[in-house]
Design a protein around this ligand. Sequence first.
Ligand SMILES: Nc1ncnc2c1ncn2[C@@H]1O[C@H](COP(=O)(O)OP(=O)(O)OP(=O)(O)O)[C@@H](O)[C@H]1O
Ligand SMILES: [Mg+2]
Length: 249
Amino acid sequence: MLQIEDLCVEVAGRPLLKNVSLTVEKGETNVLFGPNGAGKSALLSTIMGFSNYKVTSGKIFFKGKDITDMPINERAKLGMGIMTQRPPNIAGVRLRELTAIVAEGKGLDVRETAAGIDMERFLDRDVNVGFSGGEIKRSELLQLSAQQPDMFLLDEPESGVDPVNMAQVGTMIAKLLDGGSSCPACRREKSALIITHTGEVLDYVEADKAFILCNGTIMCSGNPRKLLNEIKTQGYEECIKCRLNLTKL
Ligand SMILES: Nc1ncnc2c1ncn2[C@@H]1O[C@H](COP(=O)(O)OP(=O)(O)OP(=O)(O)O)[C@@H](O)[C@H]1O
Ligand SMILES: [Mg+2]
């Protein structure tokens, strides 16, 4: 579904991501861990095509197509959707209007879709204006529900969400990734790359693989729970040391 090859990215004239390679297969949910400032959000923004992230070398393939230079709207049309870490407020645009535009052609009922995530009462408010942290995450999820992308890029979906709402947000993410398939034995339809610090989202979504990104470089990959436990007990310093030892071999 998504293949990143040797990607190097500059932001504000400074190299940020260095030789990042990773793959997310169809139906796979992969996780991205890493310390603050490592470049995780920058990586998701680059995959989505935000213009302030400049690819200096390397390639991004989505559904087999080279999208490295493709504009953001075309990536969205091709089936890529993002929940950013800090979505903008859009004064003058109601959530109902934006959701309807995003859902265009899919035959979705905006009110019904919003009811599914307890967002009906926000539909006539301007997008994200005055929304609480948790409400912004649900607003983002509502837009993703309307878009129904094939590849979900989720940047810290649990951040700012209280434990009760987390159950709703987590269940909603799991449902979106299932893509409507209710058969537990079937492979998931959708793919995802999820950034998480706490791993809370892993209580709701079964992840296949995790990557650790430090200083703009992928240090290692492995079982998400196992890597999270190692990060919690040993910190990222051990991860960097381990990588240094591996490269010396
Ligand atoms: N537009 C920009 N202009 C200048 N610096 C930027 C820009 N975008 C990102 N950076 C810098 O790039 C680095 C990586 O930022 P990024 O947001 O990707 O970190 P992160 O891994 O997502 O961290 P966190 O866990 O805190 O969200 C940071 O030092 C950040 O200040
Ligand atoms: Mg971030």
